[in-house]
Ligand binder design. Sequence first.
Ligand SMILES: [Zn+2]
Ligand SMILES: [Zn+2]
Length: 342
Amino acid sequence: MSAEDIARNITPASMQAMVFDKPGSPLRLVTMAVPEPYPTQVLVKITACGVCRTDLHVIDGELPHPKLPLVPGHEIVGTVVRTGKNVISLKQGDVIGIPWLGYTCGVCRYCLRQQENLCEKALFTGYTMDGGYAEYTVAYEQFCFSLAAQYAGPEGTPLLCAGLIGYRSYVMTGSNVRRLGIYGFGAAAHILIQVARHQGVEVYAFTRDGDKGSQDFALRMGATWAGDASARPPEVLDAAIIFAPAGELVPSALQSVDKGGVVVCGGIHMSDIPSFPYRLLWEERVIRSVANLTRKDGHDFLQLAPAVAIRTETQHFSLSQANEALDALRKGRIKGAAVLVM
Ligand SMILES: [Zn+2]
Ligand SMILES: [Zn+2]
């Protein structure tokens, strides 16, 4: 019996998934057909899928034109159970990670200048392609990552977006950073602080005002200082990363960074940024956003993760509890990352 026959025998015809229909209504648990991989795709049995703030932005209708109906989720760890006929490097039984960047065209001007994160024809897992709030999914082989053994379970899922986007944001702060501010201490921050500390960078963590729980969490994770987002840090910062989707943090962060400092907005959606005096930007301070990821970011970060010995804190939910997980994330009740475990 060929590997393909074995896969067919163990792969059922139908699966359970949590499906998004329209903004404002909760996800629905449905039984649907297990998807068929295209020739360059693999079929993956999902072990776990992280719940990311971007999923909330999709579900709240803050991101335009999602695939509908949609299976959300873009921090997927699973096992390849079948390969399309043109798949070269992956085989049945391989444990892989599937990130937000699901496909790029390879020929547009962005792809050709190493900015595939900006590709005009990009597809995004759990947004314009079905994602990981399900028992199975398909993914393009070239956009899957292999994972170190310690990240082959639920603990690995937050690396695939929170970790990756956090890392790309961190790289964008430049190479002269000794004191880094992080606004919003959730999934991305709790991973990034481990990279920063490993490199001897001091982290100043800002949370929602009065959120002592998150401030204690940041201090436990090695922050030099933790306080309210409206507060000034005790030292001037070399750079800051804003993960919280709150535009009013931009002028705040600018006020806290030194001359020449960069403020990176790491989220896909943010409320409007209020106007602010030019003196906050003066002296070559920079504001920039980070959009999506490239495969190079993924390879670089997933190679770094075991060297840093990154550990993630995860709160587990079952697939059918996806709405509860999203609600807990929305209310700031998740310490670390929420993960659906199939
Ligand atoms: Zn392209
Ligand atoms: Zn994400």
